[in-house]
Design a protein around this ligand. Structure first.
Ligand code: GRG
Length: 313
């Protein structure tokens, strides 16, 4: 099994942050807040968060907040629940949640809940279980889950459960590992995991491991490093992680590294990017790889950050 190139990955994340003219930075302009969460959480898991200028990051994050309380993907863009969670997570990483106007931010999120318990992503109304997870995770982090109807939110998520044990983005939609993470994560945070048939879902999830050791997101699809996070975190939350071959998955993730220039790709030999670098490192964390901090499978933040939020320790 190849070595884990920690220093190269740290250099790669720092270089992406600085290069404003690269292809990656241009296509990521509108979702830079997500990139910030992926890159900074990677640095935190590798114990290198102090390599970035905290004041610069925080001041940029706060400039992305809209008067509605929601955050945009970058300065001057429209707010969306996706970027609001990323902004809250970045502030949490730096222990800076206290600078946030909690009422304004939580009010934006609570205002996106619909009558049937589902959540829209923004004022334009698209509904998806991703947004249910985000609302629940964000409000739990801000300690104001009581601002939404949790029972209705949970019932909506349960209405997206399929006969194969998985979950989709809306009722009747195909099971997909990314949506399963969202639904299982939201159910875990709200203490509702007893609604899940753990053996049935665990079976569907462990079937995602293919010959190379990598995981795919649904049947007949190619493996992708990012499912090391979506599938593994779900298996951990339902206590069935021992149903996959951890050694083979670890090897697959390590095979996706660019050993020379740093970064991790979706599959071996492909081009690296920040998204896959984060989910590769997060996957290694869930696999308890030495030297990588432990990540919380429901909140998708390092466990020490989650403990600080809830227990101030
Ligand atoms: C805090 C970790 C965290 C997440 C926030 C945005 C979100 C909540 C969750 C996204 C969950 C999701 C749907 C992930 C899947 C992403 C992905 C690789 C989609 C690709 O889908 P297809 O159909 O790819 O293009 P496949 O692999 O099925 O061919």
């Amino acid at each position: 099994m190849g070595e884990f190139a920690v220093d190269k990955h740290v250099q790669y994340i720092l270089s992406v942050e600085k290069r404003n003219d690269s292809f990656e930075s241009v296509v990521m302009e509108h979702l830079r807040m997500n990139g910030a969460y992926w890159g900074l959480t990677t640095l935190s898991l590798l114990g290198k968060l102090d390599s970035v200028d905290l004041d610069e990051v925080i001041s940029w994050v706060m400039k992305c907040q809209h008067e509605s309380g929601g955050f945009a993907g970058n300065i001057g863009h429209d707010p969306h629940i996706l970027y609001t969670l990323s902004a809250v997570q970045v502030l949490a990483l730096f222990d800076k949640l206290d600078i946030l106007d909690i009422d304004k931010t939580s009010g934006y999120i609570a205002g996106l809940q619909n009558e049937d318990g589902s959540f829209s992503g923004d004022m334009w109304g698209e509904v998806d279980t991703r947004f249910s997870y985000i609302a629940i995770c964000c409000l739990a982090t801000l300690q104001c889950l009581d601002e939404i109807n949790v029972e209705k939110a949970v019932n909506y998520i349960l209405s997206c459960k399929n006969p194969d044990g998985g979950f989709g983005c809306t009722p009747g939609a195909e099971s997909h590992a990314g949506q399963i993470f969202c639904c299982v994560g939201a159910l875990a945070i709200t203490g509702s995991l007893h609604h899940v048939d753990k053996d049935l879902l665990g079976w569907w999830l462990c079937e995602r491991q293919v010959k190379s050791g990598g995981l795919n997101g649904r049947p007949e699809k190619l493996p992708d490093v990012c499912y090391s996070w979506w599938v593994l975190s779900s298996l951990i939350m339902i206590d069935r992680v021992h149903w996959i071959n951890k050694e083979k998955l670890m090897k697959f993730i390590l095979d996706c590294q660019d050993i020379e220039n740093g970064g991790i790709s979706d599959r071996p030999e492909d081009a690296v990017d920040v998204f896959h670098t984060y989910f590769g490192v997060a996957g290694l964390s869930l696999l308890e790889y030495p030297g990588v901090k432990t990540i919380d499978p429901a909140y998708a933040l390092p466990v020490d950050v989650v403990n600080r939020i809830f227990f101030r320790r």
